[in-house]
Write a protein that binds this ligand. Sequence first.
Ligand code: PMP
Length: 451
Amino acid sequence: MPNFPLDKSRAFQVRANQALGGGVGHDLRYADPVPLYITHGRGSRKWDVDGNEYVDFLMGNAALLLGHADPAVVAAIEQAVGDGTHFGNDHPRHIDWAELVCRLVPSAERVRFVNSGTEATLLALRLARAFTSRQKVMRFAGHFHGWHDDVVHGFEMPFDRPVTLGVSGNEKREMVTLPDSDDQAIQSELASGEYAAVIVEVTGASWGRAPLPEGLLELLREETREHGSVLIFDEVIAGFRFSPGGVQQLSGITPDLTCLAKILAGGMPGGAVAGAADIMRLFDKTGDAEHDRYGRVVHFGTFNASPLSAAAGIATLEQLADGLPIKQANEQAATMRAEIEVLLQKHDVAGFVYGEASLFHVYFETDPRRRSDIGSAADVPTDEPSRLKGMPSALVNRYQQLLRHAGVDLMSGTGGALGSCHTAEDIQQATTAFDSVILTLLEEGLIHQIG
Ligand code: PMP
């Protein structure tokens, strides 16, 4: 690629392949020909070790809404660092953070902090099982809830095949994966009265790549209430992004438990389970020896509610509480989606752009059988999760690579997340990059025109 030096990145890659298991720190950081080694970021931009500048639509895996190095967040962290990085005791910022979450998130009567979204879903399932004295959990094909053993399978195509080695498979007896469109199966399974919980990614599978069927959240709320199961909203992505109170605030549907992470901790490691007081009291000690030893949910974690995470979280949540940064991010994302749609139409591409709030996704139809049925742009959209999450990896990798080398970094798949930091200039630059990338992909035969 002209004007896209990678010499220093390649040198880091050699060292990384030697020193790091897998050569990277997260499976989504693999990239061809080299992973990004980022030195710093400001607002919507970040720079790699070779000095290449990116318009950033990864936004810290959607953990950032205000952008990189937001001044108030940095100042809050600096203040907290000076006070001491870690005590192992509770501290005032912990309580302030908890109160803020309870104020913003409708289901949050009480909150318990953990260190990631994965820990949040792990703890939520434990709470639900303890509360109901049941073991089974319903989850949906394609939905992502982190990497612990109970939830790691079922999110990647083909949904019924294992995702990783090293998981016993015993969890399959208790984790039931259904299509989120199968109302009848959902209803009849829940009617068995065997389910501790239903966990659902409220954006739709994989931060909205496969949107939720209309009415699903209402259905789940009604059925779980009727059959005594705990309804868990995974708002790890949606929380503080779709609205200050997440999807539950927008939809008016209140779950029993909510999993939070990402924006919650303002770009620092952090997560939480929040929820109804009658469930959250399972953590409480009463002083009764029998109860305290056998009647509780146990939860440890050296770095739970770390002072630095609390400081960054508070500084972030306070800024977005009035909804303004969210509105700005949503407006920029709407422009971004519209601009990409214009490009797809200009090049007559068999593809469409979609996404909610500050997220966008692009789908390219590559299935020859389906393409032959497509007469116009209106025929392209699909809501089938197996298609939306099943684009050929060669296409997705090449698309990401071309965009990166045109100065645009995406999230997983073909989409990205915006923040209040994104400007009209960012959208303009990204649109120009998309234009050239679409042309290259057409030339290379990886995407196709309608007809
Ligand atoms: N749930 C959802 C919906 C997520 O998007 C993620 C992370 N992408 C997780 C859970 C896991 O969070 P973490 O990476 O912090 O463990």
